[in-house]
Design a protein around this ligand. Structure first.
Ligand code: ADP
Length: 397
């Protein structure tokens, strides 16, 4: 069975064709600059990279180009579209409308349109991608795999905001979380690596990238996570503030003459590591600047590590114990200094990292960073969201 995984952004579209018998990537690539000039497809298959420069006025043209490439003589990996058994689409937000992977139907797409406002930066792009696939591959089975599904198991007392309950009921304003596909993958992979049943483990998963979130996973189920109604909440991120007192945000809006919408853009795009450091949103730049003595870059990194550490502690309490901490995503997989700073001072709780092992370069494999006397396992696990999307799609079929 072969599953095509699609992750559509507003001007880009990433894809992977996955062979489910071996769970291996047969081909993958990215379409860039959709809807603007200078469209480009980068396609990797058969051990080579192929670049096609072609205007891509919309997502339908992009998908058509991807399919043409997949069946092409040299770059191709299948003889016809019939070899694609199904398509799995990544979708950021589900609201309360969907709590699991769902087969695409006209009815489902109507609901998708209705909930698009929950993730205005992401869901409309996913809808474009799905509609494009439906146009180019009519009749092909397609699944929607939501980033929020893994968090659907949070108890009500964890996902509710302390607002008027009737307002929650009417407007569905609550915590939904994000990065669920990644948290699901790495918590499952941790159990497999440790040779334990997921039901027996208490795990804190730290997805630290440009966007970051931390989850508490009890017996394979998410019981809490740092992101909220949108991916603005939780730890400070590349350009996002993370948690902030609403009154502080409102005060800033008034002082800076920003509308509520502009205030939201400010908190999403101008804050976090970028805002504090004044240097960059990128952790590689921040680490380099901090090592060269830039005090604000160091401050941003200190704030990030402190916030992550507090959530690790909070989730240890929420879980009533802890067996394993997992680091994943761009920063979690590649930045030893951040991992060390997050766990520094937690030794009294049985969390001890081996400083040498922590320096291990990311080689795409799972590594155990715990010291011999650590009660809690500390793992770095490269995330694989596409594989989860493909597995979920295959399971639905
Ligand atoms: P997102 O998917 O949220 O855009 P990523 O998970 O790709 O983000 O993480 C991007 C962050 O990871 C950047 O801040 C970058 O500096 C950091 N990073 C550190 N080392 C590497 C590396 N070797 N490769 C990729 N990203 C890295």
């Amino acid at each position: 069975m072969k599953i095509l995984v699609i992750n559509a952004g507003s001007s880009s579209l990433k894809y992977q064709l996955i062979n489910m018998e071996t769970e291996s990537v047969v081909a993958k690539g990215t379409c860039e600059r959709i809807g603007i000039t200078g469209g480009k497809l980068t396609h990797k298959a058969n051990g080579k990279e192929f670049v096609v420069e072609k205007e891509l006025p919309n997502h339908t043209e992009a998908i058509a180009l991807v399919l043409a490439e997949l069946v092409d003589g040299e770059a191709g990996v299948i003889s016809s579209m019939d070899e694609i058994d199904a398509v799995g689409h990544r979708v950021v937000a589900s609201g309360e409308a969907f709590d699991r992977t769902t087969l695409v139907t006209d009815e489902v797409m109507k609901t998708m349109d209705e909930i698009a406002e929950l993730a205005p930066l992401h869901n409309p792009a996913a809808i474009l991608g799905i509609n494009a696939c439906r146009a180019v591959m009519p009749g092909k089975k397609m699944a929607l795999v939501f980033d929020t599904s893994f968090h659907a198991t949070m108890p009500e007392y964890a996902y509710l905001y302390a607002i008027d309950y009737d307002d929650y009921k009417q407007y569905k304003v609550r915590k939904y979380g994000a990065h669920g596909t990644s948290h699901k993958y790495v918590s499952g992979a941790a159990a497999e690596y440790l040779g334990k049943a997921p039901e027996t483990l208490k795990i804190v998963t730290c997805h630290l990238g440009n966007g970051s979130s931390i989850s508490a996973v009890d017996g394979g189920k998410c019981i809490d996570t740092t992101m909220g109604f949108t991916p603005l909440a939780g730890v400070p991120m590349g350009t996002r503030s993370g948690d902030i007192d609403y009154a502080a945000a409102e005060f800033l809006c008034r002082k800076k003459g920003m509308s509520m919408e502009e205030g939201l853009t400010y908190l999403n795009k101008k804050c976090g590591m970028l805002g504090v450091s004044g240097v960059s949103s990128d952790f590689r730049d921040l680490t380099a600047a901090s090592e060269q003595g830039n005090a604000r870059a160091k401050l941003a990194l200190d704030m990030f590590a402190y916030s992550c550490k507090k959530y690790v502690g909070a989730y240890m309490a929420a879980l009533g114990g802890l067996d394993c901490i997992v680091f994943t995503a761009g920063v979690g997989e590649n930045t030893p200094s951040v991992r060390a700073a997050v766990l520094e001072g937690l030794e009294a709780f049985g969390i001890r990292m081996d400083a040498e092992k922590n320096l291990q370069k990311n080689d795409g494999k799972i590594h155990d960073l715990s010291a011999a006397d650590s009660k809690v396992k500390i793992l770095v696990i490269p995330t694989n969201e596409e594989l989860v999307i493909a597995r979920e799609t295959a399971a639905l079929l």
